[in-house]
Design a protein around this ligand. Structure first.
Ligand SMILES: O=C(O)CCC(=O)c1ccccc1C(=O)O
Ligand SMILES: [Mg+2]
Length: 369
């Protein structure tokens, strides 16, 4: 294939409810949608997952646009590509900026799946028909509100519940959840809100049979995570700390984690995500697919990736209607009994809905290189 034209749309999507983590609140999701066309006219879609502010990682919506416009699209446009794995080689001289890279690489994978007449999941080597999904619950204004929400999600059938924690909103919150839901598959995500000085608080969480504690310490610190893991019974899951296969290798060698959350954007694309998946499988480290409050295109890519066999823990890919009044794909993504059915049709298995996309678009630019 040869990419000849890319249309970037900047979308603003109202959310049904704001999402709060230890570092900030997202009340409205902004994203770039990439419509990528190759010389034969096949169109693939990609979505950026960076937020408008750099609280999760350093990337933002504007940095992704800058990287795409000034470096990534010029490196890709009009080049002959036999396989999406080659995209990372074209981007090799561009440091980091994984979310920008992943948005365009995901669209190339979509085109590849269509041209080889297979589902994206199949093109990636995935064979599951159904994937298990959990739900991530943001920080709430009261414990009662949190318990009420969890009850709804449990009744909907989500396979596990993840709650966000931060200093002062941790042990007592988890204790209250466990009092009502003693057997619920439960985990906590701190988004780097703690340091090794908080080790006693984190050790108290060992009493609650959590599946894992996600990213308790700094994003750039696998040394302290290794020290912490030695003193915790609960497995640590790394999210922000893992930006590449090399990061995963080092974290596993050091014993910094027992589980890895793979996010396509954070690791720079589907090819790198697959490499991390394979490496973890060889080293008996279970993985699951994280979420970034994606709209339908990002969600579709997550579903295809989760069809790989070492995604043995429920991911964060909720149904479209959990976040969106209207998603940008048809059909929307549906969760039933905590499962999503992996599309078996050619490509990502969902159609971009141009009417809804146009309605949500605040600006648009076409690039031909
Ligand atoms: O439902 C989702 O998409 C995942 C929600 C979530 O936990 C999250 C949302 C925004 C930023 C970071 C995270 C995270 O996994 O740390
Ligand atoms: Mg996380």
């Amino acid at each position: 294939m040869r990419i000849e034209e890319i249309t970037i749309r900047h979308l603003k999507m109202p959310m049904k409810a704001p999402f709060t983590t230890s570092f900030g609140t997202v009340a409205e999701k902004e994203l770039l949608l990439l419509e990528v066309k190759d010389a034969s006219g096949t169109i693939g879609w990609g979505e950026t997952v960076a937020f408008v502010a750099p609280w999760y990682t350093e990337e933002t919506l504007k940095t992704t646009w800058h990287m795409l416009e000034d470096f990534l699209m010029p490196a890709l446009l009009h080049k002959d590509i036999a396989h999406p794995d080659e995209v990372s080689a074209l981007f090799a001289t561009i440091r980091r900026n994984g979310m920008a890279k992943a948005s365009i690489e995901g669209a190339v994978w979509d085109i590849y799946a269509q041209q080889t007449k297979q589902s994206l999941a199949h093109a990636l080597g995935g064979s599951k028909d159904l994937i298990d999904v959990g739900i991530s619950v943001g920080i709430q204004s009261s414990t009662d509100k949190l318990l009420e929400l969890i009850k709804v999600y449990v009744e909907k059938g989500y396979k596990r519940v993840k709650v966000k924690i931060k200093p002062g909103y941790d042990v007592e919150v988890i204790r209250a959840i466990r009092a009502v839901f003693p057997n619920l598959p439960l985990m906590a995500d701190a988004n780097s809100a703690y340091t090794l000085n908080d080790i006693e608080v984190l050790q108290q969480l060992d009493a609650f049979n959590l599946l894992m504690i996600e990213q308790p310490l700094a994003a750039d610190d696998i040394i302290d995570h290794a020290k912490l893991q030695k003193q915790l019974k609960t497995p640590i899951c790394l999210d922000e700390s893992i930006t590449s296969l090399e990061d995963a290798r080092k974290a596993i060698e050091l014993g910094s984690c027992g589980v890895i959350n793979i996010k396509i954007g954070r690791v720079g694309g589907i090819t790198e995500a697959k490499k991390i998946h394979d490496y973890c499988q060889q080293h008996a480290i279970p993985v699951w697919c994280g979420g970034m409050l994606e709209a339908g295109i990002g969600r579709a890519h997550n579903i295809a990736l989760t069809a790989l066999s070492n995604f043995v823990l429920p991911g964060d890919t909720a149904g479209s209607s959990h976040y969106w009044y209207e998603d940008i794909v048809t059909p929307e993504i549906v969760v039933e009994d905590g499962h999503i059915r992996v599309p078996q049709s050619i490509g990502i298995g969902y159609q971009p809905n141009l009417e809804i996309i146009d309605k949500l678009t605040i600006s648009k630019k076409v690039y031909k290189g």
